[in-house]
Design a protein around this ligand. Structure first.
Ligand SMILES: Nc1ncnc2c1ncn2[C@@H]1O[C@H](COP(=O)(O)OP(=O)(O)OP(=O)(O)O)[C@@H](O)[C@H]1O
Ligand SMILES: [Mg+2]
Length: 361
């Protein structure tokens, strides 16, 4: 996340959904998301100070969403040529200059450990679930929640939208300014009413109107739309204190649009690109990215585990932590760490109530 700051002006442009155009809007308050063209902020230096970048190129880069050294150092030449409207040689030089400025290359394990100390954790609302995750949902990483319908993927995602806004001492990300959340909703299941209910238990610590205002909701109507919203989220994260990005659900549109074996390769290619945007955003911006995913549910299937998540290797490799949710009695649900570079394969029980995710008493 960029350094916390107060919102400075209202002149920022916004993209609005009209006739198939794109939108990222606040869940309640229609305040616009700032356009990156107004972004003067950089996380580790000014892109205008790079050798070979004059004011006009810097402006062009900012307008294309490359306002920080990190965004330039991690883009591919092809992408910068296409998006930044620059020549190949210029793009290559700019990327190299940004990498040099950031001292990109190998780092020692003790430095990685130090960086991981900057990693924060967001509470799930349930102490036992937090324990399962080693303290909560990590920032700087992609966490995938997968399971059958009604297992609580969307509920947990809503809960995290609220919890991310809590002060750090209560399990959120807030220090001295608001934390924003982006919710990319592919199924139309985001409900601000649930946010209201889930905020109640922190009445003294959270202002419900602020909580709603800080959630930017983007309804994705197809996979291309979903991909553009993720790119917009990555751009917004350069100037806004975004702590959490939710994609609920990751694959539904891709599955519906790319039907049949013949389209599998192009589907996976698009999905790969989309996931890469999300992964990079999580790592570069130190924010939590939550993806929800469905499971193969065909009982007559001959190959593979019928309870494995869809999306194949591409999704499997991108999600650092994979969490399998399943139903238990009544409001109870079971969460299992299915894959993690750090956590053991454990499971725990939690409950979904009208007030949100809680421990089972
Ligand atoms: N207001 C509420 N009070 C109590 N429980 C609720 C409330 N709203 C939803 N739930 C619980 O959450 C369940 C739905 O969970 P959720 O929407 O997270 O499922 P999901 O895993 O996202 O499913 P899908 O794959 O269909 O999107 C409901 O079946 C219900 O048990
Ligand atoms: Mg859902």
């Amino acid at each position: 996340m960029p350094p916390r700051k107060k919102k400075s002006n209202n002149n920022d442009k916004t993209t609005v959904e009209k006739g198939g155009e794109l939108e990222v809007k606040m869940s309640e308050d229609p305040s616009p998301v700032p356009d990156v063209s107004s972004n003067k902020e950089t996380s580790s230096g000014n892109i205008g100070d790079l050798p070979g970048i004059g004011p006009a190129t810097a402006k062009k880069l900012r307008e294309s969403g490359f306002g920080t050294l990190e965004s330039l150092a991690t883009v591919s030449i092809g992408q910068l040529v296409a998006v930044g409207n620059l020549g190949e040689a210029t793009s290559s030089k700019i990327i190299q200059a940004a990498r040099d400025a950031l001292d990109f290359g190998f780092v020692s394990a003790d430095e990685i450990l130090e960086r991981r100390r900057n990693m924060l954790k967001i509470t799930t609302g349930s102490a036992s679930l937090d324990d399962l995750f080693g303290g909560g949902i990590e920032t700087g990483a992609v966490t995938e929640l997968y399971g059958e319908y009604r297992t609580g993927k969307t509920q947990l995602a809503h809960q995290l939208c609220v919890a991310a806004q809590l002060p750090r001492e209560l399990g959120g990300l807030r220090v001295d300014g608001p934390i924003k959340v982006i919710y990319i909703d592919t199924e139309g299941t985001f409900r601000p009413e649930r946010i209201l209910n889930m905020t109640k238990r922190w009445e003294g610590d959270l202002d419900v109107k602020e909580v709603l205002k800080n959630i930017m909701h983007g309804r994705a109507y197809n996979s291309d739309h979903q991909m553009v919203l993720a790119e917009k989220a990555a751009q917004a994260s350069q100037s806004e204190p975004i702590g959490l990005v939710v994609v609920d659900s990751l694959i539904a549109h891709f599955r519906a649009e790319y039907i049949g074996r013949g389209t599998l390769a192009s589907r996976q290619q698009k999905l790969n690109q989309h996931i890469h945007t999300l992964l990079k955003m999580a790592e570069v911006g130190n924010m939590a990215v939550i993806l929800t995913n469905q499971v193969h549910s065909k009982p007559d299937m001959f190959f593979g585990d019928p309870t494995s998540p869809v999306g194949g290797h591409i999704v499997a490799h991108a999600s650092q932590t994979r969490v399998y949710l399943r139903k238990s009695k009544g409001e109870r649900r079971i969460a299992r760490i299915a894959d993690s570079p750090l956590l053991p394969e454990n499971e725990t029980v939690f409950a979904i109530t009208s007030d949100g995710i809680i421990d089972v008493n």
